[in-house]
Design a protein around this ligand. Structure first.
Ligand SMILES: Cc1ncc(C[n+]2csc(CCOP(=O)(O)OP(=O)(O)O)c2C)c(N)n1
Length: 540
């Protein structure tokens, strides 16, 4: 029996190593959904809002380092998923984003769900293509997978008209041949460009001028092994290391080379960069403010500093650092800047500290950081959308057990819980710890339901300050003064207060509330020890 286009697409995805599909489907995707029953090997995960679907695909890539597919329902389904697709695009996560479309004859009739899907997809995608026929689906699917795998990772949006999905494929041998060669083509596609010898020499010159120098790291330069090389370069040249504020995945914790994050706010970021005359970028962009402010610069590095790019995000960043270390004769040195288990930052409550040493009392950012430092499990995946509560977590948790730290790269809130779904599915044996503002959490809280359904080993901490606290500062920062009663109502989340424990329970996730640090530590310990998802509402 011949297979239809949807079945060929599923076979192609599997041949290309895409074996997880996050979806919220509709009528136009039913042939794809039906194909999942007939073909073994695809782990299909339902999200109850498309922002969960695209965020989960982002989280999956960040941990698995290979693409998942997202399956979305025409223009509106895609539109619901665009904000987290934007975050994924900024993080340079690879995603095969499949969007169902009406059958081609039906599009001209302007039915209710008809829209310009390519137009919606383009700004958040690196590649957009509408499949023209069932026969073309295998080649189109293969191309989407190759695109998604291109370093450092790309958003490939493949639009799938319903008739191309339901029509039988005439030449199945040709499709099978394409699939047979796909794995080898992916291996080739994933090879990152080597950095030029000139760029290495130029960076080496910058770091050895005897002027204060900074290596600013992003992307794959923040892996444990790349950071170790950067630490050797620092040991040789005396340069400092820093990561961008937003990091797709930052390896950190005790025993790892520390790359402190550039501060978020303009003034502290300018102060952090002020000492440096030479800044070498490795997978990082030149530092710019998150927003413009009337009385502040948008460029954060000192105006008289010189920025040099060793390697762009799409280049082999670890290879570039190694080449630089070789050029400098630093390759056999011990790395500088390794975080210890009991650094000053961890204070009295360093990792491994007895429960009695943990802070108690009102939850302050430093106190929360001390609890986290003690309790972050080895090899945890921390997903940080803690906004104002978490500003100090970076320095405060440097000496926790080794872990990865993920943040939104695109500034669109509602990122953390969906990303946790994907991360938990990519690494079921690792604990996912979500640090979530209550305002940010409300955008995509449906992710809790998917966590429950999938048994995701996730601990979700909600920092319930009952406000969009950051925006109070922003209001003053942009020169809009202090909020009056009507403006304040746009920034406060009380009246009514959100009951996160009830919200979680309603989606099958057990929850507990804490109002004090000792209680928080107890709840966190319990949550981290129990399989599956659970939530802690920490009232601040
Ligand atoms: C999609 C999107 N909508 C709105 C914003 C603007 N915004 C930035 S932070 C924020 C509030 C965050 O509140 P919460 O998570 O409770 O953290 P807090 O500021 O209270 O620490 C808002 C609305 C945004 N960044 N992205």
């Amino acid at each position: 029996m011949t297979m239809n286009g949807a079945e060929h697409l599923v076979h192609t995805l599997l041949a290309g190593g895409v074996d997880v599909c996050f979806t919220n489907p509709g009528t136009s995707e039913m042939h794809f959904v039906a194909a999942l029953d007939r073909i073994e090997g695809m782990h299909c995960v339902l999200g109850l809002f498309e922002g969960v679907v695209t965020g989960a695909a982002d989280g999956y890539w960040r941990i698995a380092r290979k693409p998942a597919c997202a399956l979305l329902h025409l223009g509106p389904g895609l539109a619901n998923g665009l904000a987290n697709l934007h975050n994924a695009r900024k993080a340079r996560s690879g995603i095969v984003n499949i969007v169902g479309e009406h059958a081609r004859d039906h599009i001209a009739l302007d039915a209710p769900l008809t829209s310009d899907i390519e137009g919606l997809a383009r700004p958040m995608s690196h590649w957009v293509h509408t499949s023209a026929s069932a026969q073309a689906i295998t080649a189109d699917g293969a191309e989407a997978i190759l695109q998604a795998n291109q370093p450092p990772g790309r958003i490939a949006s493949l639009i799938l008209p319903a008739d191309t999905a339901w029509t039988a494929v005439a030449d199945e041998k040709a499709a099978a041949r394409l699939r047979a060669e796909l794995a080898a083509r992916i291996v080739q596609a994933r090879v990152a460009r080597k950095v030029s010898a000139d760029a290495v020499k130029a960076a080496a010159r910058e770091l050895t001028r005897g002027e204060p120098a900074l290596l600013l790291l992003g992307g794959e330069a923040l892996s444990e092994s790349a950071l170790a090389i950067a630490g050797r370069i620092a040991a040789k040249t005396g340069c400092r290391l820093m990561s961008e504020f937003y990091t797709a995945r930052l390896a950190r914790g005790a025993g790892r080379v520390l790359a402190p994050r550039l501060p978020y706010a303009v003034d502290p970021a300018i102060a952090a960069l002020a000492p440096f005359r030479r800044i070498v970028l490795v997978g990082a962009r030149r530092p710019v403010g998150f927003f413009a402010y009337p009385d502040k610069p948008s460029l954060l590095a000192p105006p008289d500093s010189v920025l040099t790019t060793l390697a762009d995000l799409d280049e082999d960043l670890e290879g570039a650092l190694q080449a630089l270390a070789d050029e400098l004769g630093a390759s056999s040195l011990a790395p500088a800047g390794i975080a210890s288990r009991r650094s000053a930052a961890a204070g009295a409550a360093g990792a491994g500290a007895a429960a009695g040493a943990l802070p108690t009392g009102a939850p302050t950012p430093d106190g929360i950081a001390a609890v986290l430092t003690a309790l972050i499990p080895e090899n945890a995946i921390v997903i940080d959308e803690s906004v104002t509560t978490g500003r100090a977590f970076g320095a405060g948790t440097a000496s926790a057990a080794p872990h990865d730290w993920l943040t939104a790269m695109g500034g669109s809130i509602g990122f953390a819980m969906p990303v946790a779904v994907g991360a938990a599915i990519a690494a079921p044996d690792r604990r996912v710890l979500v640090l979530e503002g209550d305002g940010s959490g409300m955008y995509t809280l449906q992710a809790l339901w998917t966590m429950a359904r999938e048994g995701a080993n996730a601990t979700v901490v909600i920092f319930a300050n009952r406000a969009y606290r950051i925006l109070r500062g922003e209001l003053a920062g942009v020169g809009a003064g202090t909020p009056g009663p009507r403006a304040a109502q746009m920034l406060d989340l009380d009246r009514p207060e959100l009951d996160w424990v009830a919200l979680a329970r309603g989606m099958g996730v057990p929850g507990a509330r804490a109002t004090e640090l000792g209680e928080f530590a107890s709840r966190l310990r319990e949550s981290l020890a129990q399989p599956g998802p659970s939530l802690i509402e920490l009232v601040i």
